[in-house]
Ligand binder design. Structure first.
Ligand code: SF4
Length: 722
């Protein structure tokens, strides 16, 4: 293709905003720079809010992930790039997802969006489709935006340093950052997007991932290889807060608490999020064998301490952007691959995050080299480590339970802890190798139908019955695979997953530790209230463009003396100070929550418009609520019997089958009661549809919003009639 290029006049950052949107239509090869209206800023703030608004405006009920009009939206927030405060490298990518069919977003760190913002843009919206793979190049030095031929590689990580060398000219390597997605993102529905930046301390490129929802798949379906930005933060004007000294002062207070607390608690600075492996295993929350079990003796072979002492290179502070002294972005410099197209090659590996390591324990594998290999290949292929791993775990269990045979799998027997077979399937999925791996690459929601069709008639079972049985342990909701926490014993986290608007991903509501480990919301009412407050405050982080870990994983010592320690309100106050000293405002915590609630409601409305969003889509599989099979029940039999006795259930002279059934029914009922209570808290009717007064309270009074809600009500009524 011929290079298409425009000149632009850079708008400097002022009080956290440039107020500019970069819009690219790949079909028309049109590049435009637009002003973001003040009303949009007021209503949706930035980050996820901007992504929601761009996707809502640009798409319709008929839009699918690969429709040309689908919008791939990217946005930082007003604090993105503020190096005086921890956790400011984050940005959000959102789109209509191939897995869920509605809006899904993922947050990711690194230098990419701070550089984009420095180059003059608060948001990017990509629409259309290019026939040949292209890149978008934002060049702050020349003040040009161009559409160019993509590099001739489907690698995501390999060769990244050469690309930086090629693109940087005389600029520093750290002036280049880019996003891309590998070949696996092209061939599956769970493609992730890598955010690649040059780390001068490690003298190599590193990558963070926007993992969830198949956003890399959307990008590759558009013929977009990636987006490159070249901008020098050294010559930029920073985030230009209204009061720089106040920002620096509050940032330094937060850093003091991080320094004081983290080394004695989670040790994120030393172990990254692998420290959660120990915590989750100790509390029966670590997924093992498709979430069947929550604890395994072998976990000691993959402990956070081993990662700290034997795997991670600790010479360098590892923040994913300057200013973050929590420094959880760990990695190793040399892991030798043993499988796949790069077997024998020694590579640096970023991470693994807890989620990636737990995706491997969920396959029955407790082996650090295997975890590192899985992490590297998933990033290189552009796979979401969660969806890829959970999908394979589901397939293994379906095989073990007799719903799949070697006739379906291309002759392969699927077993737990079978590294050879599991990695072979991963490599096949990346290239769409055969019918089975192509079906696997579409995720669990698709696989339930695929397996049921193939297995219909075997063992005398009808298609519908097979699907019903698969649903008991198919760990997806809304089309998204569950993230890596066993929720059977935490009603709060069941709701946290079930009511999450994008599907069961913990970033909307990570209540498992607060509920099950710290027991900070013991009553039903406290759990229900938490399911309103925490999703809103966590959403605020995503619209602000901030990392949540310095808030949720580093408890301020003074929080213990507050009425609700779980909210970590002393640190929340510091975030409020960041807001007001950056924007020059006098906002309150309630104002921040109101901003979140508006964005949250817009997400709900998109879900409803796309045909989802009602109560049936908030249901979760039985395995997320209770043990499904007897061996699961037996693994904690005394505990479950104790629970049944506390509920007043007679347990003497009854079979374990009967007791398991009683437990399952109790858990199912609890979840339905929780649903009713949380809907009332959120201002929804019993079908999960926002009430008119909720729309009004949050300013969604335009007829188009009312029409979406009216249509959803009609659908639920028709469903009842049917
Ligand atoms: S806590 Fe970790 S992920 Fe969050 S900003 Fe800091 S280094 Fe990045």
């Amino acid at each position: 293709m011929n290079k298409i290029s425009i000149d632009y006049e850079k708008k400097s950052i002022e009080r956290g905003y440039t107020d500019r949107l970069l819009r690219i239509d790949l079909t028309r090869q049109a590049i435009t720079v637009e002003t973001i209206p003040a009303a949009t800023k007021e209503m949706f703030v930035g980050g996820r809010g901007y992504c929601l608004q761009l996707v809502y405006d640009g798409t319709s009920a008929a839009t699918r992930y690969d429709s040309p009009e689908n919008v791939l939206a990217l946005a930082g927030g007003p604090f993105c790039g503020e190096s005086g405060f921890a956790g400011t490298g984050k940005f959000i990518i959102g789109s209509i997802s191939p897995l869920t069919g509605t809006f899904c977003d993922s947050n990711v760190g690194g230098w990419f969006f701070p550089l984009v913002k420095n180059a003059g843009f608060d948001a990017i919206a990509v629409t259309g489709k290019s026939l040949k793979d292209v890149i978008i190049f934002i060049d702050d030095e020349r003040q040009t935006i161009s559409l160019e031929k993509a590099p001739a590689t489907d690698s995501s990580l390999l060769g990244a340093e050469e690309l930086v060398e090629n693109w940087r000219g005389s600029a520093k390597p750290s002036s280049i950052a880019f996003i891309n997605a590998g070949i696996g993102a092209k061939n599956t529905f769970f493609g992730c997007i890598n955010s690649v930046y040059y780390d001068k301390r490690r003298n190599r490129c590193r990558a963070k991932q926007a993992g969830r929802g198949g956003l890399g798949t959307v990008m590759r379906a558009k013929g977009l290889w990636g987006i490159v930005v070249k901008s020098d933060l050294g010559t930029g004007a920073g985030n230009q807060p209204a009061d720089k000294q106040r920002v620096r002062a509050v940032g330094s207070q937060l850093r003091q608490v991080i320094k004081q607390v983290d080394p004695n608690e989670l040790r994120l600075g030393q172990q990254g999020t692998t420290s959660l492996l120990d915590m989750m295993n100790n509390h029966d929350i670590l997924p093992v064998n498709n979430y069947k079990f929550g604890r395994d003796e072998r976990q000691k072979e993959v402990s956070g301490k081993i990662f700290e002492e034997k795997v991670f290179s600790q010479k360098h502070p590892d923040g994913c952007f300057p200013g973050c002294t929590l420094s959880c972005t760990k990695g190793c410099e040399a892991a030798t691959l043993t499988t796949g197209p790069h077997a024998g090659r020694t590579v640096p590996v970023d991470g693994p995050e807890y989620e990636t390591a737990a995706a491997v324990t969920n396959l029955g594998i407790f082996d650090i080299p295997a975890i590192m290999e899985y992490a590297w290949y998933c990033d290189e292929y552009g796979f979401d480590t969660i969806s890829a791993g959970v999908t394979i775990a589901f397939l293994i269990e379906a095989f073990q339970e007799g719903f799949l045979t070697t006739d379906d799998t291309g002759g392969v027997e699927l077993r737990w802890d079978d590294q050879k077979t599991i990695f072979a399937l991963l490599h096949k999925m990346a290239v769409g190798g055969d019918d089975f791996s192509r079906a696997a690459g579409r995720g669990i929601r698709h696989l339930k139908g695929w397996i049921s069709n193939r297995a219909a008639g075997r063992n005398g079972l009808q298609r519908e019955e097979i699907e019903r049985q698969l649903e008991l342990f198919a760990m997806e909701a809304k089309g998204l695979e569950f993230s890596m926490y066993i929720t059977k014993e935490s009603l709060a986290q069941q709701g946290g997953y079930g009511f999450a608007l994008k599907g069961p991903q913990h970033d909307e509501s990570w209540l498992i530790a607060l509920d099950q480990i710290k027991n900070e919301m013991p009553t039903f009412a406290e759990k229900a209230q938490a399911l309103r407050w925490f999703p809103l405050f966590r959403t605020w982080f995503n619209i602000a463009g901030l990392c949540k870990l310095p808030w949720i994983d580093v408890r301020h010592p003074d929080a213990a003396a507050t009425d609700e320690p779980a909210k970590n309100l002393p640190t929340v106050e510091w975030y409020l100070e960041l807001v007001n000293s950056t924007l020059g405002t006098h906002k309150t915590i309630d104002d921040l929550l109101a901003e979140s609630e508006r964005c949250y409601l817009l997400h709900k409305l998109i879900n409803l418009r796309q045909g989802f969003g009602t109560r049936e889509f908030d249901r979760i599989p039985l395995r997320a609520m209770a043990p499904v099979f007897l061996d699961e029940f037996h693994s904690r039999r005394d505990y479950y019997i104790g629970q049944l006795q506390e509920l007043g259930v007679a347990t003497v002279n009854r079979s374990d089958e009967e007791l398991l059934y009683e437990l399952q029914e109790h858990r199912r009922k609890q979840y339905e009661i929780l649903t009713d209570t949380v809907y009332a808290e959120k201002g929804y009717d019993k079908h999960g549809i926002p009430l008119d007064e909720t729309l009004e309270r949050l300013g969604f009074t335009a007829p188009e919003y009312r029409a979406i809600v009216a249509d959803a009500r009609e659908r639920t009524q028709a469903g009842r009639a049917a």
